[in-house]
Write a protein that binds this ligand. Structure first.
Ligand code: HEC
Length: 245
């Protein structure tokens, strides 16, 4: 006999499974966050914020143009000059800056040889008219690296003090100050630009590395008067080495 299909729950007076699911679905749909409807007031307030905020941004942004902080009658100051009378924008030749650096290094020498290069009679020899400055660069390199102890004759006058050694200055600085001394105070022979380069100072350091203590006059006289340190000539505009030497 076919068994009668009965709703057992019903028979027991309990709610059926379908009823249970229905109620669970209903409750969940009410409480699920973020899916409820937005109230009309919230929408109106939101719209107002967008309209007012956007309007304010638009009216005070000045069209998002660059330069909004520069007022209409502003004209920029011209670029300050670096001094001297060089034309604006003109490139300074290498030799000019090499000489002006040399002049700064020469500040080490003015206490004795004076800014004028004339020295102090009887105490410190002049660099102007000095046969030591006008000759080749080898003697000058030796003098700078080791100094001199007197008695020492310059232009027929005898000086008897101590010329300090400057070997703790960089190669650049020694080259710069010797260039300055030769071009400013020397009387150079024709075709001699008086430039002393870093390469020449490196040569001097090597050549006279065997010497210790200050030179005497006799020691310096052993170096031929017109012997020069080796190193290629340079382009006075660019400071770059020229081919050959
Ligand atoms: C403390 C003083 C003193 C200072 C600083 C000094 N010298 Fe001299 N220099 C002398 C004296 C003094 C002699 C002469 C030799 C001697 O009596 O010892 C001399 C000699 C020379 C000579 C060879 C002689 C001549 O008159 O041409 C040269 C070149 C020279 N100095 C360059 C320099 C340079 C460049 C500097 C700076 C980097 C310098 N001196 C700084 C005192 C000084």
């Amino acid at each position: 006999m076919a068994e009668e299909i009965k709703n057992i729950d019903y028979e027991q007076g309990l709610p059926g499974a379908i009823d249970l699911h229905d109620s669970v679905k209903r409750e969940n749909s009410l409480s699920e966050g973020g899916e409820g409807k937005v109230g009309i007031t919230v929408m109106v307030i939101g719209a107002l914020i967008l309209i007012l905020g956007g309007g304010h941004l638009f009216s005070s942004s000045n069209g998002f143009r660059s330069g909004i902080y520069i007022s209409d009658n502003y004209t920029p100051e011209p670029r300050p000059s670096l001094g001297g009378d060089e034309e604006a924008g003109e490139q300074v030749a290498w030799i000019e800056s090499w000489m002006s650096d040399g002049k700064k290094v020469y500040n080490n020498c003015i206490a004795c040889h004076q800014a004028s290069g004339l020295g102090i009679p009887g105490q410190f020899p002049p660099l102007i008219g000095s046969e030591w400055v006008d000759g080749g660069t080898s003697r000058l390199g030796a003098i700078m690296l080791h100094g001199i102890s007197g008695p020492f004759k310059v232009g027929g006058q005898t000086y008897n003090q101590l010329m300090p050694a400057w070997n703790n200055l960089s190669d650049d600085k020694i080259a710069q100050v010797l260039t300055y001394v030769r071009r400013e105070f020397g009387s150079l022979s024709e075709g001699n630009d008086g430039v002393v380069t870093v390469e020449m100072i490196k040569d001097a350091r090597e050549k006279y590395s065997g010497h210790s203590g200050p030179y005497t006059e006799a020691g310096l006289l052993e170096i031929p008067v017109d012997e020069s340190l080796s190193g290629s000539k340079v382009d006075l505009e660019t400071g770059e080495a020229l081919g050959g030497s």
